[in-house]
Design a binder for this molecule. Structure first.
Ligand code: PEP
Ligand code: MN
Length: 369
């Protein structure tokens, strides 16, 4: 059960609800945002009346209670939270469950208010979170040219890895902090949000000085110490699906971040490993409607890693938007064949412009639904 208190709820009212929720021996977790959210996250003592018998109305009728979500499943915070209702890049907020969620169906609506604000942009719902750029930061001139091209085509964010989780220790490992500074300058010059990956928890404070969104790579989705530490970071987190992770495992990874205090998580489908070898990964677009049903977090798709071949990227980007993705993460380079990493799956700015046009047209069709 998740209880979202009213904005005006007093500490006394909150304490009363905590006490009532805890009567069955359940563990009650308090999360402070724009509103206080109380999550019953397990630990029910079976010698006490089971939580299931706790009446929904006995809680929702208590003073200061805003809404109650009775059956949010194994990832209660991910089911109920949408990262808050704005407040700029430095602030946190907790969103309200949707109307349907409030009615207790557990099925959140896909609506225009889904998502959250970062700087002057909105991630999720109302505008496509289009993030484009090279796999890795290379040099200032290349970075600048790419940022200029993707901004002109309508990107909201610039992607560029400075710490690269490469399969081989002999491959280019990224430019490190210097790369983040280069990418930040290019993003600022073109009004773009910067998305970049951190490989371990020690990098978070430094990376947060440069980036707007901290990316967790596929290989790190199970790194729970990193996820917990990102829960304490004051930056949104783009959480890529593990290469062999089920949707449940992925949502649980998001739950680690949210339950540690950071509700601003963006999920990113980037393909999973299957027996298929014609493509680098198999882009699991089934995940998009499933996530939409189980959570209020924005979900984006990375067709670059999802296919591994630039020839297939545009088609799968279209499909991603058509099935309801809130955004796209795309590898774009002015000279894809010269990219220092992932060139084979990197598209050029001209193709990116076409992807953006496709996306706009498809979203127009969906809006009329
Ligand atoms: C990337 O975005 O460049 C990356 C390394 O992706 P993934 O973690 O999905 O492999
Ligand atoms: Mn890459």
């Amino acid at each position: 059960m998740i209880v979202v208190m009213e904005r005006w709820a007093t500490e006394g009212q909150i304490a009363d609800v905590v006490e009532r929720l805890g009567e069955g021996g359940a563990r009650v977790q308090r999360l402070d945002g724009e509103r206080v959210t109380l999550a019953v996250t397990g630990g029910v003592d079976r010698t006490h009346p089971p939580l299931g018998s706790m009446s929904h109305s006995s809680i929702s009728g208590m003073a200061g209670v805003g809404s109650v979500l009775k059956d949010p499943g194994a990832t209660p915070l991910v089911a109920a939270m949408d990262g808050g209702t704005g407040g700029g890049s430095g602030e946190r907020g907790w969103g309200e469950p949707s109307t349907e969620a409030r009615a207790g169906t557990g099925v959140p609506a896909a609506d225009a208010d889904l998502g959250f604000q970062v700087r002057d942009r909105w991630i999720g719902g109302r505008e496509l979170f289009a993030v484009a750029g090279p796999c890795s930061v290379e040099d200032p001139e290349t970075m600048e040219r790419i940022a200029e091209a993707v901004a002109a085509a309508g990107a909201i964010g610039l992607r560029a890895g400075a710490f690269k989780p490469r399969s081989s220790p002999y491959s280019f490992q990224g430019m490190g902090e210097e790369g983040l500074a280069v990418a930040r300058a290019a993003a600022d010059a073109h009004g773009l949000l910067l998305v970049s990956e951190v490989l371990d928890a020690t990098q978070i404070p430094m990376a947060a000085r440069y980036v707007d969104v901290l990316q967790v790579g596929s290989r790190n989705m199970y790194n729970t110490p990193l996820l917990r530490e990102l829960g304490r970071a004051r930056r949104p987190v783009l959480l890529k699906r593990g290469l062999a992770a089920t949707i449940d495992e992925w949502l649980n990874a998001a739950e680690y971040v949210v339950s540690a205090g950071n509700p601003r998580v963006i999920l990113c489908e980037r393909g999973i490993r299957t027996f298929e070898t014609a493509t680098r990964n198999t882009l699991d677009l089934n995940a998009i409607p499933v996530i939409r049903e189980r959570s209020r977090l924005p979900v984006v798709v990375d067709p670059s890693h999802g296919t591994g071949h630039r020839a297939y990227v545009r088609a799968m980007a279209r499909a991603a938007v058509a099935c309801g993705a809130d955004g796209l993460l795309l590898e774009v380079h002015t000279q894809p064949d010269r990219a220092l990493s992932d060139g084979a799956q990197t598209i050029d700015p001209d193709t990116f412009r076409k992807v953006m046009r496709d996306a706009e047209a498809i979203r127009g069709v969906l809006a009329g639904d």
